[in-house]
Design a protein around this ligand. Structure first.
Ligand code: HEC
Ligand code: HEC
Length: 398
């Protein structure tokens, strides 16, 4: 039999576990510890070795590893969940004489969002066979309309409404000729899936966008999302559409006192704003529209397209359509919800005739049966005035 004997020892040595000569048996530090001369010498690294004298480039960093975040750390290897994102506000200046644009709280306009929306607006990736973008039917140089009476969608099917201008649409309170939707966000859902427009599915759009590295990056920057969904697609497009502000026409410069109108233009301006032409009741203010619906006497009953009534189911709304802005009107032909008039001369001839009587005709179409009785010169003046609403900067640069 052997008894196990424990001897009391007080061995001296290096008791510091990070030292190279650490002695696990030592109880008392004799000051002999040797430290490695090499290691990570950067005090901000997670494996910083305070004893190292020479850097061995072994430093490891934790921090934010997402390159789109504000506090991205290019040295970080491990994400510590600290990433912070922010966007840059895009300020939409209120032009002289305009009301403030109402922007939804849940979709503030940002530089990142607008740039993304602009790219999406011009990208055929949104359409079923990648042959059409929003800009196919909303072309900048045509005041974001398309010059056709009716637009053809990707399958060549022709609709029954004229492509709307998007000039100053950020001030609209309802959209489409019949006012079927009430926000730009809501509106942008439609063309993508409309069988006579882009004829796609949102599931397909999401799949394609999520497979695209550039879009993943841009959506991350604009909305801090890692998966692209349809809600954020329409939010970006709506942000871009709100920046389509046109307020630098000859008429604006005249109102601001910086340019003169010709005698003919001034005469047209007076006709427009007096009982003589009576245009201002519906196309008033600097927006040249009233955000309301009217029957301006185009047709006899029963109407081929009942307009607002198809949304409200109220027969009193039969034949009423949203008043379009007249800004850039020189370039948005053809005119009216069905593009029936190809020139401004035809439009003026319609109003000059007084319009066609029907049960829902607007009370401000006061000269039904009599006509406005404008002379040839007055008609020309009215057209000259309407052309002062052209904003070349907007049509060229936007
Ligand atoms: C095939 C042609 C076509 C394409 C493509 C198209 N649109 Fe349109 N757009 C139209 C037509 C036509 C209307 C009028 C529809 C109506 O009133 O029923 C319209 C109306 C609108 C309006 C309403 C404007 C207002 O003030 O009432 C907006 C906004 C709009 N489109 C945005 C878009 C966006 C965004 C896209 C792409 C996602 C797009 N459109 C794609 C033809 C097109
Ligand atoms: C009672 C309201 C009302 C009055 C008054 C009125 N308009 Fe209109 N205007 C409308 C509506 C509503 C439309 C769209 C009708 C439609 O498409 O069915 C329209 C359409 C137009 C268009 C075509 C716009 C486009 O983008 O297709 C022009 C141009 C126009 N009006 C000019 C005038 C002029 C000029 C006058 C005065 C001589 C005038 N309007 C008087 C309500 C009115």
């Amino acid at each position: 039999m052997f008894a196990i004997l424990y001897s009391c020892k007080k061995e001296e040595g290096c008791t510091d576990p990070v030292a190279t000569n650490f002695n696990s048996d030592a109880e008392i530090d004799d000051g002999s510890c040797n430290y490695p001369a090499e290691g990570c010498t950067d005090s901000t690294a997670s494996n910083y070795n305070p004893y190292a004298i020479l850097s061995t480039n072994t430093c490891e960093y934790i921090g934010c590893t997402d390159s789109t975040a504000d506090n991205y750390n290019i040295y970080a290897i491990y994400d510590d969940g600290s990433c912070e994102f922010s966007t840059t506000p895009y300020i939409i200046e209120t032009p002289f004489g305009f009301p403030n644009m109402i922007i939804p709280d849940n979709n503030p306009t940002t530089i990142e969002g607008v740039l993304l929306g602009e790219k999406l607006f011009h990208d055929k990736i949104l359409s079923g066979d990648e042959s059409q973008s929003c800009s196919s039917c909303h072309q900048k140089e045509l005041g974001f309309s398309d010059g056709n009476r009716f637009s053809a969608g990707i399958d060549g099917i022709i609709g029954s409404r004229n492509a709307s201008t998007l000039t100053n649409s950020g001030w609209n309170t309802s959209f489409n000729w019949d006012g079927s939707v009430s926000s730009l966000e809501e509106q942008a859902f439609e063309p993508v899936v409309n069988p006579i427009e882009m004829h796609n599915t949102w599931a397909n759009v999401e799949t394609k966008l999520n497979a695209n590295g550039e879009y993943l990056q841009l959506f991350k920057e604009a909305f801090n999302i890692n998966y692209i969904d349809s809600n954020h697609v329409v939010m970006a497009i709506a942000q871009f559409e709100r920046t389509l502000v046109s307020a630098n026409s000859k008429f604006d410069r005249y109102i601001e006192g910086n340019e003169q109108l010709s005698a003919s233009e001034l005469s047209g301006y007076a006709i427009f704003n007096s009982e003589k032409g009576d245009c201002f009741h519906c196309h008033g203010t600097q927006l040249f529209m009233d955000n309301d619906f009217h029957n301006n006497g185009l047709d006899h009953e029963p109407f081929l397209d009942i307009g607002l009534a198809s949304i409200t189911n109220n027969p009193a709304d039969n034949g009423k359509f949203k008043t379009p802005t007249l800004r850039n009107i020189e370039h948005t032909a053809p005119y009216m919800h069905d593009g029936r008039f190809s020139t401004l001369e035809e439009v003026i001839a319609h109003y000059n005739s007084g319009g066609i009587y029907s049960s829902t005709i607007d009370p401000n179409m006061k000269k039904v049966g009599i006509g406005l009785q404008l002379t040839e010169q007055e008609k020309a003046d009215l057209i000259a005035y309407l052309k002062t609403l052209t904003d070349s900067d907007f049509l060229e640069k936007k």
